[in-house]
Each structure stands twice: as C-alpha cells, then as structure tokens.
Design a protein around this ligand. Structure first.
Ligand code: FES
Ligand SMILES: [Fe+2]
Length: 368
C-alpha cells in the first residue's frame, strides 16, 4: 500500500487541503487504497428480478456486469472479455442468457462460464481449456436489505461489519415498510466536472449548504417544509469507516410536498415507527453516504446514486428513483415525478448543486 501524501490533514485545526480534490497522484492512491478495497454498491435486487436480468456499472473505474443467472443467483464479474480484454456487454441493462464479445465472438453464459469460442478446432487445435477462461468474478459479493455490494478485496471484512451501525440508517430508506423498496424507471447518468469526494461528502454531512445553495427552490415551495431562515437544523451522524447521515427531528417533515405523497407518508408512519423502533422517536435520517460513493436522499426526492470516479476532476453520476414496493401506483408515480423534478439531471436542486460542484475546492495547495 502506498504512503498517504504528507501534509493533507491538520486534525488539530480541523483542516483538509484542497489538494485532495485535484491531484492525480492522490486520485491514483484512492483507486488503489479505497476503490480496490472497500465494499462498493452495485445495484438493488429489484433492478434484476428475473433470471438473465443484468445491469452494467463500475467499481471505481473498472467496468462490472451484474447478472442474475438462470439458477436465480446474482453474480458480479468484470465486464471484460477474457480473450483480448474487450468490453463485453455495452448495454446499460437488459435480459440475456449469454453475452457475446463483439471482437472475436467468445460467448459467456449468464453464470460467467465461457460457453462458445468461434473456430475452436481450427484456431486452438482443441487445446483451449474453456473451463479456465470464464469471466473474472469480484472477490466478494453480499447484500443488505436488497442492496447488492461487492469488493475486489478477498480479505475485506464481511459487509455487515463494514456497514456497522449504519444499517439502521439504511433501514430508514430501504426497509421502513413491509416489502422494502423497488427502483422505478431506469438509471440517469451524467457527468460533473468535480472530484468524486465533493458530492459524496455533501450528501454525508453538508446540511449547511442547503439553505443557501437551494434557496430559490425552497422559496418556490419545493423545499418540503424547509424554512429559508433556518440553518438546516438536525444532526449529522458519522461512524467508523467514513459513513455519514444527516437527520432531522422525529416529527419534522421533509417529504416531497405533493398531496398524494404526504397523505401516504402520514398513513404509513405508525408502521415505519414500529419497524424502526425507539431510535426513530429521536431521529429521522433523510440523507446520507455509505463510504466511499453510495448516497441516498429521502427529502424532496427519493433517490439513491453512485458517484463514480472518472479522474481527479470528473465524476459520473448514476442516479435512481426508489419507492416503497407496496405503495399504491399513484404514489409511486407521484414520487417518481417529484424526484426527477428536484434531483433528476435537470432538477431544481440538482442544478443548484451541479453549479457549485465544479467550482468548489479548485484552488489547490493551500489550506484556505
Ligand atoms: S476480445 Fe473478446 S473475443 Fe476477442
Ligand atoms: Fe445540495
């Protein structure tokens, strides 16, 4: 493991150098020490419910294919052909019993096995050991409440230990009602010219920006009961491992200000409180980040997203809308529309954040 660069953190004064947002060498070390070792979010199981369903994503900068095989098991492989390293699957999602490389035509089953090689006898004289050349699986994969994670590190601790005390906070988003959640619609992908840590940290702990950055949206009533005069309120909860959630009071409402949604939220509140237990009487988590790059939001919008690093000054956003799986259809549709209007790529709140993100932290080399 490479040494951490000197002089980046002044713990005494609570300062972090802006170099962390721009320097290629720091980024390279992050790929090695963070993205090759941490548990990284891949998808929610509702995105791939049937045998053959797949999505493509990435772990750090490495392309990954997540696919439910014909036996119903979820697998995650490097989305790279074992022959000459071509990108295997280029679709964002779909259903397939096999995947055929566009270069020389090697085919892999949805369980990752190499099942067909063109001209096997002529080209390889029957000497190719097909059993050795299946797709490369991730080192470990596991799920929590339908959230599928994987790591490239075979010695990483179990997922549930990695999430630690944050599991209860995740339950507030993904397991607050019987049946859990489901993803509606597909993925929105877009790029922002900033470092991956900028939005990740913003979701994990920056409630200070809300009242100013999003003032226009709040003033026109999209801010879900937020007063423009307040400081954001609530608390920030962080745990070992770099995870963080922002919370509000147990009775504060930051649900999307749409009558169908507010009515539904009031209806399910007793069940929510029962499932989440006494801690829900103290805290209501509304936005957070599981380190390093999986964030979620339950105020004004129902979205979770992955901040995919694409170089020191580029992040690819993969954003999804989620709803309670057992919610009525009209509530799901209202949630989807409100989520896109506020935190879709052209959403009011999202545009506010995207305007600041490329400019913030861009003055390297100094503390101030
Ligand atoms: S690179 Fe995939 S078949 Fe040759
Ligand atoms: Fe924001």
């Amino acid at each position: 493991m490479a040494e951490a660069p000197e002089g980046l953190v002044d713990a005494e004064r609570g300062l972090v150098s802006r170099r962390i947002f721009v320097e290629p060498d720091i980024y390279r070390q992050e790929m090695e020490n963070i993205f090759a070792r941490c548990w990284l979010f891949l998808c929610h199981e509702s995105q791939i419910p049937r045998p053959g369903d797949f999505i493509t994503t990435s772990m750090g900068e490495d392309p990954v294919l997540v696919v439910r095989d014909d036996g119903g098991r979820v697998n995650a492989f490097l989305n790279v052909c074992r022959h000459r390293g071509n990108r295997l699957c280029r679709a964002e999602d779909g259903n397939a019993s096999s995947f055929t490389c566009s270069y020389h035509g090697w085919s892999y089953g949805n369980d990752g096995k190499l099942v067909a090689v063109p001209n096997l006898e002529d080209a390889y004289y029957r000497e190719l050991e097909q059993g050795r050349w299946g797709l490369m699986p991730v080192a470990q994969m596991d799920s929590y409440k339908g959230l599928v994670f994987a790591t490239f590190d075979p010695s990483a601790p179990p997922l549930v230990d990695y999430l630690g005390e944050m599991t209860w906070y995740l339950d507030n988003f993904f397991d607050r009602c019987e049946g859990g959640i489901e993803v509606v619609g597909g993925v929105h992908r877009w790029n922002i010219g900033c470092n991956w840590k900028f939005p990740s940290e913003s979701f994990g702990g920056d409630n200070y920006h809300t009242m100013w950055t999003h003032l226009s949206a709040i003033r026109v009533g999209i801010g879900a009961g937020v007063s423009p005069a307040s400081t954001g309120g609530g608390n920030v909860v962080s745990s070992a491992g770099g995870h963080g959630f922002q919370t509000i009071g147990p009775s504060d409402v930051k649900d999307p200000p749409v009558p169908e949604i507010l009515e539904y939220e009031a209806f399910i509140l007793p069940e929510v409180k029962k499932r989440l237990g006494p801690r829900r009487e103290l805290l209501n988590p509304i936005v957070g980040t599981i380190f390093p790059n999986f964030s979620m939001l339950r105020a004004t919008s129902h979205t979770f997203r992955v901040w995919q690093p694409r170089g020191p000054e580029q992040v690819e956003v993969q954003a999804y809308v989620f709803v309670d799986a057992n919610a009525p259809e009209h509530v799901k549709e209202a949630t989807r529309l409100m989520s896109i209007r506020s935190f879709g790529p052209a959403g009011t709140f999202e545009q506010d954040d995207m305007d600041n993100a490329p400019a913030a932290g861009r003055c390297p080399g100094t503390w101030s």
